[in-house]
Design a protein around this ligand. Structure first.
Ligand SMILES: Nc1nc2c(ncn2[C@@H]2O[C@H](COP(=O)(O)OP(=O)(O)OP(=O)(O)O)[C@@H](O)[C@H]2O)c(=O)[nH]1
Ligand SMILES: [Mg+2]
Length: 439
C-alpha cells in the first residue's frame, strides 16, 4: 500500500482523504498550514516546508499529495525540494479515473484529460530541465521529456478527433431515439450521491454501486421499468469541485448525454451536513446550468432513509432557495421511499411535444404561475436581468390554455411550436444501450 502525506492550507481534508482511500493509499500524516491562499512558490510557505522536510527525514513516504491545485512551478519546486513524487488534487482524481476507465471511450477521455493536465507540467520541466532527473513518473531527463512533449501533443490531437466522432455518433443516436418517441432522463450530480443506485432501482440496470468515488465513468442507458411510456434513463460520470475546465471538456461526449436529456435529475446526498450539501449542489449547478440550454432539472435529495422527519424538513428549507426555480423531491434509493412521486414526475416528459417560449417579467405572480404550469408540464427558465426567458414543454392539448395564462401574466414574444411527432407503439423489450450503442 502506497504511503502518502497530505499538504493542505485548510483543515478540510475529508474529500482528499476519500479520494486517496478510493485509490487504496494510506495517509500517514497531514501537514496543515492555515493560509488564505497558497504560497506562490512552495504552496505551504518556505518556513513550514523546511520544518516538514526535517520531520519527513524520519518517515517512510512514497508520495506527497497537495490538497489543492498546483501551478507547474510549485510542483517542480516541491518535487526538487523533497526529491519525491508529488501529486495535486487533480492528479489524484486522474489516477482514480485511470483505474476506473474500462470502456474504449472512457479510456480515451481519461488519456486526453491526463495529457492536457500534464502538458503545462512538462513545459515547466523542460524549462528547468538542466537541474536533473525528475523523481516521479516523467523521469528520463531533458531530451526524453522534450520528445514526450511533442508526442503528447500529437497524441492529444488524435484522441480529440476520435472523441469528436464519438460525440457525433451519440448525437445521431439521441436524434434517432427521439424520432422513435423515446424521451431521455439523465442522472447528474456529485460523485457518490447515489446516481447508480437510483438507476438500478428504476431500471433494474445492474450498474456498479460502490462507496468509492467515481465508481461510474462511462454511460449506461436503460429503459425505466414499471411505468407506462418509452422513457430511457442514462447514468454517467459524477461531478467534483475544482476540476479544471479542460478536464471536464475531455468528458464532453459522455456529459452531452446528461446535458441533452429531456429531463435532468440532479441527485445529491441529503444525509450529509448542511454545508457539504450546499457546496456539492452549487458545484453541480455550476457545471450543469451553463450547458443545458433551458432544459428541465429536478433536484433529487437521496439517502433520506438516514434522515429523521425533522431533518427532512430542514433539508427542504435549506435547499429550496439554492435550486430555485427547480422542483425538489426527497427519495431513498435504498428503501424505495419517494420513488412513486419521482416516477410520476418522470412520466410528465412523455407527450410534452409542444414547446412554448416566452419572455416574462420576474414577479411573485409569475413565479406562482410557473409552479402552476409545472404541475402538468416541464418548465425551464433563464434569468436575464429582471426578465425570465421561459420554455414550457407541454402536451399539445394544453398549449392554448398555457399561452392564455402567459399572456395574462404580461409575457412578451410568445412563440409556440405545436408539432406532435407520431409516437411508435410501445415495445415490451427495447434494446438498451451501453456506451452509446444505438437503440
Ligand atoms: N443509506 C443509503 N445509501 C445509499 C443510497 N443510495 C446510494 N447509497 C450508497 O451510496 C454509495 C454511492 O452510491 P452510488 O450509486 O455508487 O453513487 P454514484 O452517484 O453512482 O457515485 P459515482 O458513480 O461514484 O459517481 C453506495 O455505497 C450506495 O450503497 C440510499 O438511498 N441510502
Ligand atoms: Mg455511479
Amino acid at each position: 500500500m502506497k504511503k502518502v502525506v497530505i499538504f493542505s492550507i485548510s483543515e478540510d481534508t475529508e474529500e482528499i482523504r476519500a479520494l486517496l482511500q478510493t485509490l487504496g493509499m494510506e495517509v500517514i500524516k497531514e501537514f496543515v498550514q492555515n493560509r488564505s491562499r497558497p504560497h506562490r512558490e512552495s504552496f505551504l510557505g518556505p518556513g513550514r516546508i523546511d520544518e516538514i522536510l526535517k520531520e519527513m527525514e524520519e518517515m517512510e513516504v512514497d508520495l506527497i499529495v497537495v490538497n489543492g491545485v498546483l501551478k507547474p512551478s510549485q510542483h517542480h519546486f516541491l518535487e526538487m525540494k523533497f526529491q519525491m513524487e508529488c501529486a495535486d488534487r487533480t492528479g489524484v482524481i486522474l489516477r482514480i479515473f485511470t483505474d476506473h476507465a474500462h470502456t474504449p471511450e472512457a479510456i480515451a477521455q481519461v488519456t486526453l484529460a491526463k495529457l492536457r493536465y500534464e502538458l503545462p507540467f512538462l513545459r515547466e520541466w523542460i524549462h528547468k530541465s538542466k537541474s536533473g532527473d525528475r523523481p516521479g513518473f516523467l523521469s528520463g531527463g531533458a531530451y526524453a521529456t522534450d520528445v514526450y512533449f511533442e508526442h503528447a501533443k500529437t497524441h492529444a490531437r488524435r484522441i480529440e478527433a476520435d472523441l469528436s466522432d464519438v460525440s457525433k455518433q451519440r448525437e445521431v443516436t439521441r436524434t434517432r431515439r427521439r424520432e422513435k418517441g423515446y424521451s431521455l432522463v439523465s442522472l447528474a450530480g456529485y460523485t457518490n450521491a447515489g446516481k447508480s443506485a437510483l438507476m438500478n432501482k428504476l431500471c433494474n440496470a445492474g450498474v456498479e454501486v460502490d462507496d468509492r468515488l467515481f465508481s461510474t465513468l462511462s454511460t449506461t442507458t436503460r429503459r425505466i421499468s414499471g411505468i407506462k411510456g418509452n422513457i430511457l434513463m442514462s447514468d454517467t460520470v459524477g461531478f467534483i469541485r475544482d476540476l479544471p475546465p479542460d478536464l471536464i471538456n475531455a468528458f464532453n461526449s459522455t456529459l452531452e448525454e446528461i446535458f441533452d436529456a429531456d429531463l435532468i435529475l440532479l441527485i445529491f446526498d441529503a444525509s450529509e451536513s448542511d454545508d457539504v450539501v450546499k457546496s456539492k449542489l452549487s458545484t453541480s449547478l455550476k457545471i450543469l446550468v451553463p450547458k443545458i440550454e433551458n432544459r428541465s432539472i429536478v433536484a433529487i435529495g437521496n439517502k433520506i432513509d438516514l434522515l429523521s422527519q425533522e431533518s427532512r424538513v430542514g433539508i427542504t428549507v435549506l435547499i429550496k432557495p439554492i435550486i430555485q426555480p427547480y422542483d425538489l423531491i426527497l427519495i431513498s434509493s435504498a428503501t424505495g421511499e419517494g420513488l412513486d412521486q419521482l416516477r410520476e414526475r418522470i412520466l410528465m416528459v412523455q407527450g410534452h411535444t409542444c414547446v412554448i417560449e416566452a419572455e416574462m417579467p420576474l414577479t411573485d405572480a409569475v413565479y406562482s404561475l410557473l409552479s402552476r404550469i409545472r404541475s402538468s408540464s416541464e418548465v425551464s427558465m433563464k434569468v436575464i436581468r429582471r426578465h425570465a426567458a421561459v420554455i414550457v414543454r407541454c402536451k399539445p392539448e394544453d398549449s392554448e390554455r398555457i399561452v392564455g395564462w402567459l399572456n395574462a401574466a404580461g409575457a412578451a414574444k410568445i412563440t409556440t411550436n405545436a408539432e406532435s411527432p407520431e409516437m411508435p407503439p410501445e415495445r415490451e423489450t427495447p434494446s438498451s444501450g451501453n456506451e452509446g450503442a444505438p437503440l
